[in-house]
Design a binder for this molecule. Structure first.
Ligand code: KG4
Ligand code: ZN
Length: 460
């Protein structure tokens, strides 16, 4: 996590700075200087000292603890400067022998402006490097994979400018679940209004938009088609690059809208269709460590909601019923093994049979207690497997993603049961489907120029 340093915290950083560079001293911080630090587990592992004069940001020192090199920390700090300070140009001097630093700055678009002879006290020369401030990137994200028509504009993959969403929940509620045909019709009816509302409230025009991103997979085919065709039309009419985004990646990158993802990281994906533990070494580097062998956890929440006669959408209702009950009913073990896979079908069948048996016998069940018992059992299993993954992979960053990541008990248990893990949780409004997460997930693809053409079809 990157933080601005207050002047009263300078001494702590100086200790670190001395460890990183013996020559560093308090005298080298002038009153005009500012410092940002990168913290991991509350330890400062990198710091950047700079000053801004006449719209020129001058980097004076940038140090990253050796153990933490090659983790994009320095890149994140440069990005932080770009996003958080007003300046036109950024410049610095680097020793002509420091190839590692020279390559790093070259990679980030810095150009050599001159060589300064005898710049350092030992007579070594310096290269003076500079770069213009990176232009802000505004991406319009479109999400129509299920029952939300949502369009959002996100700046630089992390700042949500405005999101406009039309939820179809009140319509589907009458049927107890999403009716695909109705969903696609409603997306068609609403998408233009949602787009106009987003543009109007963002106070931006299409001239400001750098790319159009859209969920192309997975999802309900008819619903995806509406979003993809709309995105292709905008891309063609306004001549903007088109970016195809996987819906799951959207859920993962929703984290960037709150805290920038710290790589390497473990990820817990819990939604209506997925229950996975993944590992990411860097952007879009995705390895599945374990997943459900049968039902997804969200699917179970929805089934339990039906058994309890709770309206659609089931998950949030089971969550709130559970908060009013106690886990008094004995539940079967989900899976008695040490793999990172899950199985929830046994738990689901148990609840169905339990409720049916009680009904046949004419016995009352306490809905709150049954919801709490199910939730306790399912969440405990998730925590057990995530703890195993943390131990096994020796990675202590964790992000959560997907609709079930909105669950209050899961959030509470993750933060209390894994005290040594840096847990990043998306904002509640970013857990359910939304256009902002799609725009956030499109940002690394934009930087990589991974664009699609007008032959894009859903399912790709
Ligand atoms: O990620 P999502 O919006 O859609 C998919 O891509 O699957 O997840 C929807 C799932 C549904 O099963 C819903 O019941 C569940 O997330 N869900 C919850 C909560 N909010 C949504 N489950 C438990 N507790 C919640 N608070
Ligand atoms: Zn989703």
């Amino acid at each position: 996590m990157i933080e601005k340093l207050n002047k009263n915290e300078y001494t702590t950083v100086l200790e670190l700075a001395k460890k990183l560079n013996q020559k560093f001293s308090i005298d080298s911080i002038s009153p005009n200087d500012q410092i940002i630090v990168y913290k991991e587990n509350n330890d400062v592992v990198a710091f950047l000292q700079f000053s801004i004069n006449f719209e020129v940001l001058d980097i004076i020192n940038l140090y990253v603890n050796e153990v933490y090199r090659n983790k994009q920390i320095a890149s994140l700090m440069l990005e932080y400067l770009n996003n958080n300070y007003l300046f036109e140009k950024i410049m610095l001097e680097v020793r002509t022998s420091n190839f590692e630093a020279i390559n790093f700055y070259k990679f980030h678009g810095f150009k050599l402006v001159r060589t300064i002879k005898n710049y350092y006290s030992n007579g070594e020369s310096a290269y003076s490097l500079e770069r213009k401030k990176m232009k802000d990137v505004f991406i319009l994200g479109i999400e129509t994979s299920c029952d939300e028509t949502s369009i959002s504009i996100v700046k630089n993959g992390c700042t949500e400018i405005y999101t406009s969403t039309n939820t179809q929940i009140p319509t589907h509620k009458k049927y107890g679940g999403v009716v695909p045909e109705l969903a696609s019709r409603m997306h068609t009816e609403n998408i233009l209004t949602v787009f106009e509302d987003c543009m109007m409230n963002s106070k931006l025009t299409m001239d400001d938009i750098d790319a159009i991103a859209v969920t192309s997979n997975p999802g309900l085919l008819g619903s995806l088609i509406v979003g993809v065709e709309f995105a292709k039309t905008l891309s063609f009419v306004y001549d903007k690059p088109l970016i195809s985004v996987n819906h799951l990646m959207g859920h993962i990158y929703a984290n960037n809208l709150t805290n920038k993802i710290n790589f390497p990281t473990l990820g817990l994906i819990v939604s209506g269709g997925h229950t996975q533990i993944i590992k990411m070494e860097k952007d879009y580097d995705f390895q599945i460590l374990g997943e459900t062998l049968d039902d997804a956890i969200g699917e179970c929440y929805d089934k339990v909601a039906r058994v309890l006669n709770l309206p659609y959408p089931g998950g949030p209702n089971v969550d709130s019923y559970a908060r009013r009950g106690k886990p008094v009913y004995d539940m079967p073990k989900c899976m008695d093994d040490d793999s990172l896979n899950f199985s929830f079908s046994g738990l689901k069948s148990f609840i169905i049979n339990f409720a049916n048996t009680k009904k046949m016998k004419g016995e009352e069940i306490n809905k709150y207690d049954l919801a709490a018992s199910f939730q306790h059992s399912a969440v405990e299993e998730v925590i057990r497997k995530v703890s195993l993954a943390v131990k096994q992979e020796k990675i202590n960053n964790l992000i959560i993603a997907g609709g079930v990541s909105a669950n209050s008990y899961l959030r509470e248990k993750l933060s209390t049961s894994l005290p040594n893990v840096n847990l990043s949780v998306p904002k509640l409004s970013h857990c359910t489907d939304n256009g902002a997460m799609i725009a956030a997930a499109a940002y690394p693809l934009y930087l990589n120029k991974s664009f699609s053409d007008l032959t894009l079809n859903p399912g790709k």
